[in-house]
Design a protein around this ligand. Sequence first.
Ligand code: DAH
Length: 335
Amino acid sequence: MAEIIEQIGPLKEAALKDFAAAGDLAALDRAKAAHLGSHGRFTALLKQLGQLPKEQRPAAGKAINQAKAELEAALAARRQELEDAALRPKEPVDFTAPGRRRRLGHWHPLTQVTEDIVRSFRKLGFAVADGPEIEDDYHCFDALNTPADHPARDTQDTFYLPTEPRLLLRTHTSSVQIRVMKQQPPPVRIIVPGRVYRRDTADATHNPTFHQVEGLYVDRGVTVGDLKGTVEFVFRELMGPKTRIRFRPHYFSYTEPSFEIDFSSPLTRQMGKEWLEIAGCGMVHPQVFENVGYDPEVWTGWAFGFGIERIAMIRYGIHDIRLFYQNDVRFLRQF
Ligand code: DAH
């Protein structure tokens, strides 16, 4: 009797140690078999009970069963631990890895349109430039010759941050014109796709954040003809070869002369219009060149800006801008 009871402790400890050391479920099963299986060491102990004198059996049996219950609890706990660990990814998940399902997903329609725009301008030698979405008054307005009383600077139209000096969410990608020209000498040939912000209430055609593409071309002897030719080339690529464009006089403080661009195509007719306004543009104002340190007597250039959502909406016949941001896969799958 005494010997059997003395064996319980060490056998239990050995089993607990093996359970804890099991690194996966298969190892745990092996450890379980070695200790608690029909030929296991602990089971062998149970079998010895029969050799004890009758009056000693209840006490010994109780001790063994207690230990066995402890072992089974430890086993279950370890099994749970290992199962949890197996579900937990060991490496950070790589969301760009190809999926196992057939539907692999695709770019968002706005990204697709942006890529198409970039591809067209690349054919003409334009490079993609980038700038911050959190801007200052200088790059967003002052350097663009935008007067202090211009409505774009109103707190009703712009998201200002409570910072000192004051920062804001850029209202247009034109701010990147300034950053690029301050950073490099002419000639410049860039486009700037990016996100912009305005204090608009969301409705079918407005959203407080949307996307623009800015273009800037500076060289010697650049003309409105270059601007028109470039815009026509790109819009025909984007909206089909039957696309026509026209320029209407307009006002922007950073261009002189300034224009609004309308275009006409089978797509605009589908929307019930012959001409749709699509972009603003003009010849870079000499004062803007002065502001960035370019000599306006030597350099001329043009700039334009248009909304990417608007292009996508016309191209795909989408009537509500908010669909782009809701991430409803039933909508997104169609592109
Ligand atoms: N920044 C203007 C807007 O957000 C668009 C624009 C007009 C950009 C004329 C230009 C430009 O570069 O020359 O409505």
